[in-house]
Design a protein around this ligand. Sequence first.
Ligand SMILES: NC(=O)c1ccc[n+]([C@@H]2O[C@H](COP(=O)([O-])OP(=O)(O)OC[C@H]3O[C@@H](n4cnc5c(N)ncnc54)[C@H](OP(=O)(O)O)[C@@H]3O)[C@@H](O)[C@H]2O)c1
Length: 228
Amino acid sequence: MANILITGASSGVGAELARRLATRGDSLFLSGRSEDKLKNLGLNASIFAGDLTSPGAAEKLVASAISELGSLDVVIHCAGIGLIKPAADTTDAEFTHVMNVNTRAAFLLARESCKAMAAAKKGLFITIPGILGKAPMRNASAYVASKYALTGMIKCFAQEYQRSGLRFCLFHLGGIDTPFWDQIQMAVQRDKMIPVATAADLILQAIDAPPHLVLSEVVMQPESHQLV
Ligand SMILES: NC(=O)c1ccc[n+]([C@@H]2O[C@H](COP(=O)([O-])OP(=O)(O)OC[C@H]3O[C@@H](n4cnc5c(N)ncnc54)[C@H](OP(=O)(O)O)[C@@H]3O)[C@@H](O)[C@H]2O)c1
C-alpha cells in the first residue's frame, strides 16, 4: 500500500488512476481545479481543489498531502491543458498560459515533491508529456513547447536526484480518449485513441515495478501513428 498524490485527478487519466488505485487500498490525495468533480468521484480520499499555477499552490499541495498521508511514495502529475492551433493564430496570452500550466506548474510540483521524497530517500514521480513531449505536430507549437520542456526538465531532475532513491517516469502516450479533447477544435477519431483504462494500466505498471527498477520512458501510440 502506497501514499499517492495525483494531480489532474478530477478528469481523464488522473480520475481513472484514482478510481483504480482506490480499489487497491492505496492512500490517495487527489487534486484538481474543480472541487465538485473531485467530490463526485466518490472515493475514500483526501481532496485539494485549486489552480496549480497560483502562487504557493504547489508548496501548499505537497505540504498538505504529506501532512494528511504522513509521507509521499508516489506523485502522479496529470494536470495539464491542451492547445491545438496554428502558430500564426496562437496569441501571446495563449502561449504563456499553456507554458504556465503544463511547464511552470509541473516544475513547481516536481521541485516541492522531489525535495520531500528525497529527504525520505525514496519516491516515484510520474508524468505524461505525451507523444508531443518528444515528437512535433503541426498546429501544436505552443503545446509541444510546453511538453518538450516538461520532458527535458524531468530528465534534469532525474540527473540531479541520481542515487537518491527517487525514480522518474515519462509517459509519451498518443491521443487518449478523455475530456481533454472536448475543448479542442480538431477532427479526431476518438474510437481510435488509447482507451483511458489502457493508459491507466500502463501507469500502474510503473507504480508496481520493483523498487530498484524504473519504467523510465514509455511510448504508446495508435497503430496509425507508430514510430513518429
Ligand atoms: N488526452 C490525451 O490525448 C493526452 C495525450 C498525451 C498526454 N496527455 C496529457 O495527459 C495529462 C492528462 O490529460 P487528460 O487527458 O486526463 O486531460 P483532462 O481529462 O482534460 O484532465 C486534465 C486535468 O488537469 C487539471 N488541470 C488543468 N489545469 C489545471 C490547473 N491550472 N491547475 C490544476 N489542475 C489543472 C484538470 O482539472 P479540472 O478538471 O478540475 O479543471 C483535470 O483534472 C495532461 O497533462 C495532458 O497534457 C493527454
